[in-house]
Design a protein around this ligand. Structure first.
Ligand code: SAM
Length: 260
């Protein structure tokens, strides 16, 4: 799988998945607003608390921490690829990046009941709480450098479209869930978003990356096997016009779970 990622192109990936129709904030049935609503709800139910949030396999994206950055004082972003960590550093240093995150910041402000113009405050908050952008490999039993996290582990993990798109089969997906669980304190929460029924996606022009196709039952079973208790599973089915030829995904799951 590592070889497949060598030609991953952050700019193309962002263009394929994080512009309309997949990120159309005027449409309730667009995929990105659905994901943002799931994350907003999960982070604001009062049970997800603590100091440190770790995003596993951030890629070149930030949407997944726009709600969590209001709850946690420290947020660590992680990815396997330097090109993705570089893209995130560009945003952090306000150096210009391949996607304008403003509509995302505005949309999450709206979900939080704030005026859309509060997006500049949210951007500043995000830049303040992101303390580092670090390498990770979910296939290793110890996915991050030993000194990257406090010995007790993170209070919460979020991970979106990472584990299934880096695992050759279901067994590897389940193992990876176990590996990242070691980064989490007992009783800490895992917010997991992923693809259903997907066998490939394009990480750039001609860069076809295999994915382990998952169904809902397999996600639930893998979580259980890897030491998590499922709190809630939500499922989104892709409308026909969101199937834009950059993958063969049929749905998306959102799981809120707790480490045993
Ligand atoms: N989280 C982002 C999102 O929601 O769009 C990116 C998901 S992208 C489909 C999969 C990510 O997994 C890529 O950023 C890739 O660099 C990363 N990745 C590849 N191999 C990995 C590994 N062994 N461990 C952790 N992440 C890996």
């Amino acid at each position: 799988m590592a070889a497949c990622y060598q030609r991953f192109d952050p700019a193309a990936y962002l263009q394929y998945n994080y512009t309309p129709p997949r990120a159309d904030f005027e449409r309730k049935d667009s995929i990105v607003p659905w994901k943002l609503a799931c994350l907003h709800r999960a982070f604001n139910e009062g049970d997800v608390t603590g100091e440190l949030l770790v995003d596993v396999g951030s890629g070149p994206t930030l949407y997944q921490v726009l709600s969590g950055c209001e709850v946690f004082n420290k947020v660590l972003l992680t990815d396997f690829l330097e090109v993705n960590r570089q893209e995130l550093r560009h945003w952090l240093q306000d150096e210009g990046c391949n996607l304008d995150w403003t509509p995302y910041l505005q949309h999450v402000c709206k979900l939080e009941g704030r005026r859309p113009s509060a997006w500049t405050e949210k951007a500043a908050k995000l830049r303040q709480v992101i303390t580092d952008i670090l390498p990770i490999d979910v296939h290793r039993p110890q996915p991050m450098a030993l000194d990257a996290l406090p010995s007790s582990g993170a209070d919460c993990l979020v991970s979106c479209f990472c584990l299934e798109s880096v695992s050759p089969d279901l067994a590897a997906f389940t193992r990876a869930l176990g590996h990242i669980g070691r980064l989490l304190r007992p009783g800490g929460h895992l917010l997991l978003i992923g693809a259903l029924g997907e066998s490939y996606y394009f990480g750039g022009p001609g860069v076809k990356i295999p994915v382990v196709p998952l169904n809902e039952a397999q996600v639930c079973e893998s979580l259980k096997e890897s030491g998590y208790t499922l709190i809630r599973l939500e499922v989104y089915t892709l409308p026909q016009d969101m199937r834009v030829g950059v993958d063969d995904v049929t749905g998306v799951f959102f799981a809120k779970a707790k480490k045993d």
